[in-house]
Design a protein around this ligand. Structure first.
Ligand code: AMP
Length: 214
């Protein structure tokens, strides 16, 4: 069981890049943010536990995250190849991921750090809109839907994630600096870090990542 990781601040484009990379490579995309939003929507005990943290832009506790990722990997096969998006976000998660993969005979192969200037991040997040029905991602100016407020793919209504409001965005960036940025050094020391310029277009960033994928 092998894995690559997409690391970067909220708004760095992890989800968008993951979609392009998955389509090009067949890697299995695992987004803890998507899993948590699905749990909140379904009203499961995990969703009820996670919701308050997510609304404030705080990290959901490690034990909750490690449980849902562990359950997901337990459904996998030994030769599966994963792409994690938004996970790990703390050193504890990173260490546990190493241990879990090692127990399954695998490892983290590469960690792609998506680098984006802060003003670009804030504009991306505050303009982001998501389809309530199929989850497709738009942006008011960068990736506008053909008809305002309506999904091109399924006709569903577009909404703004509650944690994309300006105040929560600033907290999420602070949380990233405080709790997640230390992973850059953790993976650099292991020789796994690959820096990607993700401040341009999704197409350019995806092409750069694919070119550097081992
Ligand atoms: P994302 O869609 O990756 O931006 O995640 C949305 C929110 O879900 C985050 O702001 C956190 O509250 C929570 N979350 C997602 N992944 C993790 C993780 N690996 N560790 C802790 N919290 C997470």
């Amino acid at each position: 069981m092998q894995a690559i990781i997409l690391l970067g601040a909220p708004g760095a484009g992890k989800g968008t890049l993951a979609e392009g990379v998955r389509n090009a490579t067949g890697l299995i995309h695992v987004s803890t943010g998507d899993m948590l939003r699905a749990a909140v929507k379904a009203g499961t005990p995990t969703g009820r536990e996670a919701q308050a943290y997510m609304e404030k832009g705080e990290l959901v506790p490690d034990d909750v995250i490690l449980r849902i990722v562990g359950e997901r990997l337990a459904q996998g096969k030994p030769d599966d190849r994963y792409m994690f998006d938004g996970f790990p976000r703390t050193l504890e998660q990173a260490r546990q991921l190493d241990a879990t993969l090692a127990a399954l005979g695998g490892s983290v192969r590469q960690v792609f750090l998506l680098e984006v200037p802060v003003p670009v991040i804030v504009s991306r997040l505050s303009g982001r809109r998501i389809c309530k029905t199929c989850g497709a991602v738009y942006h008011l100016t960068n990736i506008p839907p053909k008809q305002a407020g309506v999904c091109d793919q399924c006709g569903g209504p577009l909404y703004q994630r509650p944690d994309d409001s300006e105040e929560t965005v600033l907290n999420r960036l602070e949380v990233y600096q405080r709790q997640t940025a230390s992973l850059i050094e953790f993976y650099a020391q292991k020789g796994l870090l690959v820096r990607i310029n993700a401040g341009t277009t999704p197409q350019a960033a995806t092409a750069e990542l694919l070119a550097r994928l081992a």
